[in-house]
Design a protein around this ligand. Sequence first.
Ligand code: HEC
Ligand code: HEC
Length: 363
Amino acid sequence: MPRRWPRATRLSPRTAPRGVALRTLFLLIGLVIGLVFLNGCPESQPTPEASPAPILDGKPAIQIRTTVTGPIQPIPLEIELDQDRVQLGGQLFHEKGLSSDGSISCASCHNLELAGTDRKRVSSGVGGAAGSVNSPTVFNSGFNFKQFWDGRAETLEEQVDGPLLAEKEMNSDWETAIAFLSTNPEYVSSFNSIYPDGITRANVRDAIAEFERSLYTPNSRFDQYLRGDESSITEQELAGFELFQGLGCVSCHQGANVGGNMFETFGVMDDYFADRGDVVEADMGRFNVTGREIDRHVFKVPSLRNVALTPPYFHDGTVRRLPDAVRIMAKYNLGRTLSDEQVDLIVAFLGSLTGEYQGQMLP
Ligand code: HEC
Ligand code: HEC
């Protein structure tokens, strides 16, 4: 497998034993110092004030229990949620007052009528500021193991801070957002009736996240097939699914979300970024989060649920048509050149992943 990043410098065999001995020595010294430190000065533990607590009030991704075996599981038909929080979260999701100039809500870039996206190459925020990556759909985001292309948010709750504070998105801050909500008697009473402590950052995050968990799209024709109704997909779609498995797409795009449960390199077999050109910071993917060489060009494998409705494709939003996205994936991540017929079959299968929101097929 060709890897583009420089390999980590290794100790040459001749110097290795000395290097190992030295490392062991340092490790021992470190341990002793650590023990003395721990026993001798317990008061030096960081206090909550000294290091602000990370946002850990979030819930992990929705766990799926299913009797269907295989690489892809159907989305549950029902997910138990607190409807009051869902409703409040839905209002907040559509609230333009949360942005610095009152012009942008979450829904501006995640339009539920447009399958939870804005169908732009990259999103534009307050004052038309262009972002650096394509806006992923919010539908089914509750099933993703991490949030954002580079997975920098652990949970939906933690994710909320991203757009709210981003200069090129809503360009606001928590003080302003809370102050805005507190002037609205309707919000004050909704928050107070749900949360004992009323309008707080944690409660805003909680309500929005609960609403996002309600944005699941079950009952796609492919899910009906998985549940045993063989007539729900066409022969062509079935052949596409078989190809999707046979080629190995399913090794990365799998689980209930047909993605969203692992990080992988974009360009495992060939250098997508060299071929595309104009490499920017966002192309570094998870490297921007961890700083580790092996994470260069690594992204969260995106969900392929409703993918027929969420162009343009990839984090850079450069690909407008699904067949082209499929071809690129086959070339750069599997080292395969697909025939037009193969591409058509896979695209047909992907079309069968379009699901329902509140009992209606996504438009
Ligand atoms: C200006 C456009 C814009 C606005 C406003 C916006 N988003 Fe996003 N959203 C994006 C973009 C672009 C990304 C991808 C960013 C990245 O991965 O670095 C994203 C990512 C996400 C994700 C992660 C999805 C995934 O699969 O990783 C969620 C969830 C989300 N947004 C929810 C929200 C919520 C909630 C709000 C309102 C508080 C919001 N967004 C406001 C553009 C926007
Ligand atoms: C080695 C893992 C891996 C394999 C194999 C793989 N993908 Fe992907 N796929 C990814 C990653 C990672 C991305 C995100 C790339 C990016 O935008 O940076 C992606 C993105 C996509 C997208 C774009 C989704 C969107 O919303 O923008 C489609 C469509 C897709 N893959 C289809 C396929 C198909 C079809 C195959 C098989 C021919 C396949 N993938 C094989 C990892 C993989």
